[in-house]
Design a protein around this ligand. Sequence first.
Ligand code: MG
Ligand code: MG
Length: 263
Amino acid sequence: MGIVIKSPAEIEAMRRAGQINARALYEMSLAVRAGVTTLELDRIAAAVLARHGATPAFLNYPNRTYPEHPYPAVINASINGELVHGLPSRRRLKTGDILSLDCGAIHGGFVGDSAITVPVGTVSDEARRLIATTAEALEVGIAQCVSGKRLGDVSAAIQAYAEERGYQVAREYTGHGVGRDMHEEPDVPNWGKPDRGVVLKPGMVLALEPMLIVGSNALYTKTSNHWTVATVDGSLCAHFEHTIAITEQGPDILTKWEETWTK
Ligand code: MG
Ligand code: MG
């Protein structure tokens, strides 16, 4: 299908989906504390989406490896050494955990996709530094989302920022184009070489999602639930994501929370 270019009106529709998604992440983040289960957080996200007439993009998402197990929840809630696709459960969060919350909202026919990693109470210095560096790697990638730059500039900037600070990036999971489908072309890897790949143009919309790992970036999928991806060595990892439109005026973050917009 190739890369789908969005009109300015379509980008505004995507912003609405993105802001609903941002609201879901925000309300979940307020509820994160020791003793809360990730299923409770999932219900909060479901309620925010329903309140705004949005539907969950993750629910029933097909599973490539285990086709009989489509995704059964609204969010991914990945704890500590879990990288992505953490299945919400009755597991209670503990002080010192770090939690990646990833959500997708469909509104007006478009998907908003974004993720944050939050600490549960007081966390280790290592965890705090990992979270901060991953958030910064996203900002560094967004700064490259400029018309005329190339996809490799985005990927290389994220990789360099992570590796210069001693982290590895996940290789098996990438950012992606986003629009009417959650996963459109192109893939947006968190590694690459500058000045390579697709030339960025206004109307492209990309989900950037750096995933940084303290130890080895070898990953496995938990067979117990067919979804949760975790580090083999159990080392901590973090994940942040924004949906970004390339515009003549520079990168436009569609999943930014605008407090003036809506409750
Ligand atoms: Mg996501
Ligand atoms: Mg995504």
